[in-house]
Design a protein around this ligand. Structure first.
Ligand SMILES: [Zn+2]
Length: 465
């Protein structure tokens, strides 16, 4: 298995610290709002990675934190007149709800930052004691010049950072790049007691302290979006190596952005789609399939057209698998070995693609290709016992590796088509000003739990309660 390691700028063979076991840490959300689809990408990418390891019989220990204390949390709480805890609880629940619809494996360990303040204080104390950090008017800062490898992950030299980056220079900071480990208490903000005074932790220290708590000095994989490489991950490394020694994470994997019209999506710029809005229109499986179609390190442009294409592709796969199931029989035929060879080849190639830095677009195209072969086999030889195995092997890769749940039957497609038909008839009735009929259709559907919503462009969408 090979991965591109941001730390070394090269693709490297994966060697786990303990054979058969993977310890991975992926930075989680700051829970002050619903997540947008850009935040959802690493969630899906690293879920696929964890699933692949499990597929290869690794035991996976996967930790993903919740940032439940920081400036954004405090601002949101003040805006709404709520406590930071209330805001955190609301959006943690929303996050779990949303990501459940994305079939994210449930066995992720999810520590909350506020439950590990003591560990963060211990880490900061170690940094002060060893001379890497200093106190300044109640704040504690990390002195980046004390760590000679600072900038290695993001490929920057400290003096370049000074010249290039727009970093606010605190008044008495020793160096402009020094970053905050602990913030002095401010009026109206939650605070904790620390040896150097009351306050709250900076953002970066939480991941260092929590990954250390779960994994100790060294773990296998640290993941996150590319936007976290600098300063967040750079700072995590500096803190961990200086406070505890050890190597921290061996492999650093970063996924690319989701773009809208070629621009990075971001909450601050206002060009984003919330995951829950997208999931009202599209199934979580469709979103996963859409993401799997592009290599995780590349940017991916989000558009409704691409989502519709992903939906159509999944329906096609589903249809092909359902058709194939009809051709399964219990008896052997003399042609079985033809498909048997293809099954073996598909399985091997699929795994090779995944092991080549998680090449999901290739894996996806292999599924399409293999289905075409199964169809061809059926056209040529008809029913066979071996088709059962061919279907099972695709189902296994779809469900257990790509995390896509396929439908058991075509009934869902049928009911969705019937619903579209009712919507069409209602539209026709409205255009003929037959409002008695159009209202009747709407009301009867509503009784079934299907709410129709008329948009300003005249089309109708529906929400199933
Ligand atoms: Zn982090």
């Amino acid at each position: 298995m090979k991965f591109y390691n941001t730390l070394t700028n090269q693709t490297e063979e994966f060697k786990p610290i303990e054979p058969g076991k993977v310890k991975m840490y992926v930075c989680g959300p700051t829970v002050y709002n619903y997540i947008h689809i850009g935040n959802a990408r690493p969630i899906v990418v690293f879920d696929i990675l964890a699933r692949y390891f499990r597929h290869k019989n690794y035991v996976v220990e996967y930790v993903q934190n919740f940032t439940d204390i920081d400036d954004k949390m405090i601002n949101k709480a003040n805006e709404e007149g709520k406590t930071v805890r209330e805001i955190a609880d609301r959006y943690i629940e929303a996050f779990l709800e949303d990501t459940k619809k994305l079939n994210i494996s449930a066995d992720i360990i999810r520590p909350k930052a506020t439950e590990y303040i003591e560990d963060m204080i211990i880490t900061i104390e170690a940094l002060i004691d060893k001379g890497y950090a200093y106190e300044l008017n109640g704040d504690v800062l990390f002195d980046v010049t004390k760590y000679s490898e600072y900038g290695k992950l993001s490929n920057q030299k400290t003096d370049q950072l000074e010249a290039g980056a727009r970093i606010e220079v605190g008044e008495n900071k020793r160096n402009p790049q020094d970053f905050v480990l602990w913030k002095n208490k401010k009026k109206g903000e939650p605070f904790w007691k620390a040896p150097w005074g009351e306050g709250r932790p900076g953002w970066h220290i939480e991941c260092t302290a929590m990954s250390h708590k779960y994994f100790g000095l060294n773990f296998d994989i640290h993941g996150g979006g590319q936007d976290l490489i600098f300063p967040h991950h750079e700072n995590e490394i500096a803190q961990a190596r200086c406070a505890y020694g050890g190597n921290f994470a061996n492999y650093w994997l970063h996924n690319g952005y989701i773009q809208l019209d070629g621009e990075k999506m971001s909450k601050s710029k206002g060009n984003f789609f919330l995951l829950r809005d997208v999931l009202e229109e599209f199934d979580g499986n469709v979103f996963r399939w859409f993401l799997a179609g592009t290599h995780y390190r590349k940017p991916i442009n989000f558009s409704k057209e691409d989502m519709l294409a992903a939906k159509a592709a999944l329906e096609k796969i589903n249809g092909a698998l359902l058709r194939a199931k009809d051709f399964i029989i219990e008896n052997n035929t003399k042609y079985d070995n033809i498909l048997e060879g293809s099954i073996k080849e598909f399985s091997e190639k699929f795994d090779q693609a995944m092991e080549d830095d998680l090449n999901t677009p290739l894996a996806v195209s292999l599924i399409h290709e293999f289905l075409r072969e199964i169809n061809k086999f059926i056209d040529n030889y008809g029913k066979s016992v071996i088709i059962k195995e061919a279907v099972a092997v695709i189902n296994d890769r779809m469900a257990n590796v790509l995390g896509i749940e396929l439908k058991e039957s075509g009934l869902e497609d049928l009911s969705s088509s019937l619903l579209d038909l009712f919507i069409y008839i209602r539209k026709e009735a409205r255009s003929e000003k037959n409002f008695k009929l159009s209202d009747l259709i709407r009301d009867k559907l509503s009784e079934l739990g299907i709410e129709l919503k008329d948009n300003k462009d005249g089309t109708t969408s529906y929400i199933i309660k």
